[in-house]
Design a binder for this molecule. Structure first.
Ligand code: SF4
Ligand code: SF4
Length: 97
């Protein structure tokens, strides 16, 4: 049986970024963002991404623009490690394998 994780190639479709909202930031994420109030303003109770005015979860990631991540160098751990398992590839990546 082929290990789908080992043959997976990201097609850069951006579908994961369209759905990757309201997740829990890791301790390392929060450390990485300690001098980034522009990022932290979208974090509430350890969860990203949240509207700083209403406190409600955003409907889309504020850093996704033109199919690219505007905080690529310090994007959340979850994003950096996506997809983490075959189920995510199957459910979100579509034709990625
Ligand atoms: S932070 Fe970057 S990688 Fe994560 S969902 Fe937003 S645009 Fe995508
Ligand atoms: S949904 Fe999957 S294939 Fe598309 S950009 Fe995200 S990781 Fe890559």
């Amino acid at each position: 049986m082929v290990d789908k994780m080992s043959v997976f190639e990201c097609s850069k479709c951006g579908d994961c970024c369209r759905g990757m909202i309201y997740l829990t930031a890791t301790a390392d994420d929060l450390l990485n963002w300690k001098d980034r109030p522009d990022i932290l303003k979208f974090v509430k109770d350890g969860n990203f991404w949240v509207d700083s005015l209403t406190g409600k979860r955003l409907e889309s990631c504020p850093w996704f623009e033109n199919n690219l991540c505007k905080i690529h160098e310090i994007k959340p751990h979850f994003c950096a490690n996506f997809p983490g398992h075959e189920l995510q590839i199957k459910k979100i990546c579509g034709g990625g394998i």
